[in-house]
Design a protein around this ligand. Sequence first.
Ligand code: TXA
Ligand code: MG
Length: 318
Amino acid sequence: MGTRVVAADEAGIAEAAAVIRRGGLVAFPTETVYGLGANALDEVAALGIFTAKRRPADDPLIVHLRDAGELGRVAARLGPVDRLVDRFWPGPLTLVLPRAPSVPRVVTAGRDTVAVRVPAHPVARRLIEAVGVPIAAPSANLFGRPSPTTAAHVLEDLGGRIDLVVDGGPTTVGVESTVLDLTSEPPTILRPGGVPIEELRAVLPTVVARQTSAQDARSPGTALRHYSPRARVDLFTEETPDERLEVHVRDRERAGERVAVLRLPAEPTEAAQELFAALRQLDATRPDVIVARLPPPGGLGAALRDRLRRAANGRVLT
Ligand code: TXA
Ligand code: MG
């Protein structure tokens, strides 16, 4: 299959909408990362997403809506939904809610819950509007690879495997949406992301973060060994001094390894924008190991730390 790239203008969006309507696969920009979209109400189309990404069938997809008014089409509204939606939609917050019967089982990986969000990116919103149905979309990377923040990243992983890419330039947030499960008590963050827990708690004080574990089945896509570059990642705590990192780099080089060092801006919003691109870029130089340091927690720091820990298979050095 030849993958076409179109501009994010009216003609490009109209073409993308037509492809999705006839059951095809289109990668498109959201404010977080590029998504790989298909008609969320078409079982066969949604199945195509799993094949293209080589994604295990037990990992459910996020359903993207044009606006909060559409929510009733795909999910049941639970208690605090309205307050959260008023404050955070459109934006990088995904809510896990009871599934409406219209959503095919493939999309929710057989669960009776469904993850939904309204993206803030104007191209994503115009695309959903043009298609006229909700769009199921995971991140547009091969399973296990860092999420794509540019159209070039999408082509790297999925070129030849999907119909179309809408090139809307680099995404602005850079890490995926926060996934908040409202079907559990207390409401639980299954994946930290673009909306920090501090902001969620300002609206819903009972929200808790879930500890990362390799076995957790509630959100299979968040299992460890995810977001992995090909290289090993040697990850250090935020307290580690520069000198310690330098010694580690020298030690590894002396051991015959090719070493790359991940440097991110100190400002968390900038670090989030650059994280996945930086991991891909370093990985492309084929190092044996990428040396990195955790950013401090708080705000977007939680999402950055989560993605780096996963890239490092949960192993943090001191
Ligand atoms: O920012 C984002 O969320 C991007 C853009 C494209 O919207 N999408 C994204 O999708 O990151 P994906 O599939 O790569 O990650 C979705 C996460 C996975 O960890 C999945 O397991 C979880 O959400 N998830 C989806 N449906 C769920 C459900 N019903 N219950 C629990 N977790 C769910
Ligand atoms: Mg993903």
